[in-house]
Design a protein around this ligand. Structure first.
Ligand SMILES: *Cc1c(COP(=O)(O)O)cnc(C)c1O
Length: 501
């Protein structure tokens, strides 16, 4: 018997257009109490359709409600169960954040409201900047970038501007081979040549190799810490020293800050620029492409280059403090996003930070790390662990033990769906062959994690005893194994005209 984390409703559902029946309506209007006049006399013949088909489905109210309610149950969501996507930090989003972000003063504020009438909204931005500066140890913060990748680009533009003002923007950005694909892409967009550096057998930066490649042409190193392998970069202080001695800067990809918040600070390690993913670490919803937020935090030296406008605080003769937007920033890289970024995401993030407080943030980090280590410990006998040593907030296995039965990472991920879980991240990072990347986050309790471990161990057993069961999974879903490439390249987005049937 499969123990399931959740069940999905699995009936088939056509499009709303297929449900259409001529003449069926979902409304009833009162009888006319004026004389009827022909439509042509009201809007003119040239504005009328030639056929009488607007193409709208003709359905009843209950048809509409049931159709969309059923569709909504096909989604897997973090409110439904564990979402162990490694590298994504799919944590639960507390509902208080949603409540607060909908407060009228936040939700209805117009971005063109004059500064003196939007002191509260400016205060929220300022407080989040200060808080994130404290959490990262990098005091100058811009909340404009709308995602991690845009934060990377903005951060590298800041680095470029800084090096330019020192006399030479330089040519190369170093990126470890374990990096997220957005890192080399951002460096390339900022006009740098990307040079890949190899990880050593522990998955961290090889210091000797780094010393060899760092020279006067290197603008920066982009480092993810903990790395995409879930390992803390133990030599981070030396890494920063090596770069700084050669006149380069260190960019830290902070997408994995869920392993560090409240415990240690990148600024104290020597990092110059970091981006955060508020939609990962700071518990604002993500998935489906946004909206996100990827603030950048930099050293005081780099502050003049941050995107404008900046918020400045002024004190008048009576001691009254007011906030104002400062557009006069001659050294700035310019705007990277309209207005103030994705404002409602900022509200949620500050609400999350303030409702947890310093102790709560630290506890969340410790729990996230504990949960990943608990999973690592319990799955180690059944799955090959990719890197030995202590993982932090996520753990990476491979399908090495399962390959001899013809079962691969994709099959394991698909079979997990039958057990009611969203699959983990697969085939990333690229340097682990057949990677199975699991990040439980701090949101999961012991029972849910045990259920997940049971499912994974049960799949390992099935792979040994009945590999075809795993290779043909999923079995309990509406549709079974998709040809994913064809589904992405040739999607069938079907609309059937009612009279074509
Ligand atoms: C998620 C992630 C990114 C990109 O962030 P987006 O907000 O999706 O643009 C970059 N680096 C790492 C390590 C990530 O996990």
């Amino acid at each position: 018997m499969i123990k399931k984390a959740s069940t999905h409703i699995s009936q088939n559902e056509g499009t709303i257009f297929e449900r259409s029946r001529p003449g069926r309506v979902g409304y009833r209007l009162p009888a006319l109490d004026v004389d009827e006049s022909p439509i042509e006399s009201l809007i003119g013949r040239d504005l009328l359709r030639n056929d009488d088909l607007a193409g709208l489905p003709e359905v009843s109210e209950v048809d509409v409600v049931r159709h969309f309610t059923r569709l909504s149950t096909w989604n897997y969501a973090v409110d439904l169960g564990m979402y162990p996507l490694g590298s994504c930090t799919m944590k639960y989003n507390p509902k208080i954040n949603e409540r607060v972000s909908r407060f009228d003063g936040f939700a209805s504020a117009h971005p063109y409201t004059p500064d003196e009438l939007s002191q509260g909204n400016l205060r929220l931005i300022r407080e989040l900047e200060v808080t994130l500066g404290e959490i990262t140890g990098l005091p100058a913060v811009s909340l404009q970038p709308a995602a991690g990748a845009q934060g990377e680009m903005s951060g590298l533009m800041v680095i470029r501007r800084c090096l330019e003002s020192r006399g030479n923007p330089r040519k190369i950005v170093l990126v470890p081979d374990s990096a997220h694909g957005t890192n080399p892409a951002s460096a390339a967009i900022c006009g740098y040549d990307v040079k890949t550096i190899k990880s050593n057998e522990n998955g961290s930066v090889d210091l000797d190799n780094l010393r060899e490649v760092v020279n006067q042409d290197v603008a920066a190193l982009m480092l993810t810490n903990p790395s995409t392998l879930g390992m803390f970069e133990e030599h981070i202080v030396e890494v920063c020293q090596i770069l700084h001695e050669a006149g380069g800067l260190v960019y830290m990809d902070g997408a994995n800050m869920n392993a560090l918040v409240g415990v240690t600070r990148p600024g104290d390690m020597g990092v110059d620029v970091i981006h955060l993913n508020l939609h990962k670490t700071f518990s604002t919803p993500h998935g489906g492409g946004g909206p996100g937020s990827g603030p950048i935090c930099v050293t005081s030296e780099l502050e003049p280059y941050l995107p404008f406008p900046r918020i400045v605080e002024e004190t008048d003769a009576t001691g009254l403090k007011t906030l104002r937007l400062d557009f006069n920033r001659p050294m700035s890289i310019g705007r990277v996003r309209a207005f103030h970024g994705n404002y409602s995401v900022l509200v949620r993030a500050l609400c999350y930070i303030l409702s947890l407080g310093p102790d709560g943030l630290r506890e969340a980090t410790e729990t996230a790390v504990l949960n990943a280590n608990y999973i690592a410990h319990h799955l180690m006998d059944d799955y090959e662990i990719a890197y030995h040593g202590k993982p932090l907030h996520e753990v990476i296995f491979s399908d090495k033990h399962q390959q001899k039965y013809g079962v691969h990472t994709l099959d394991i991920a698909k079979r997990l769906i039958d057990y009611g879980f969203h699959p983990m991240t697969i085939y990333f990072p690229l340097i682990v062959h057949g990677a199975i990347m699991i990040e439980p986050t701090e949101s999961e309790g012991r029972e849910e994690i045990d259920l997940f471990i049971d499912a994974m161990r049960s799949i390992a057993k099935e792979a040994r005893e009945n590999p075809d069961l795993v290779k043909n999974a999923p079995h309990n879903t509406r549709i079974s194994r998709l040809d994913e490439a064809a589904a992405a390249r040739k999607p069938v987005l079907r609309w059937i005209k009612p009279n074509d049937k």
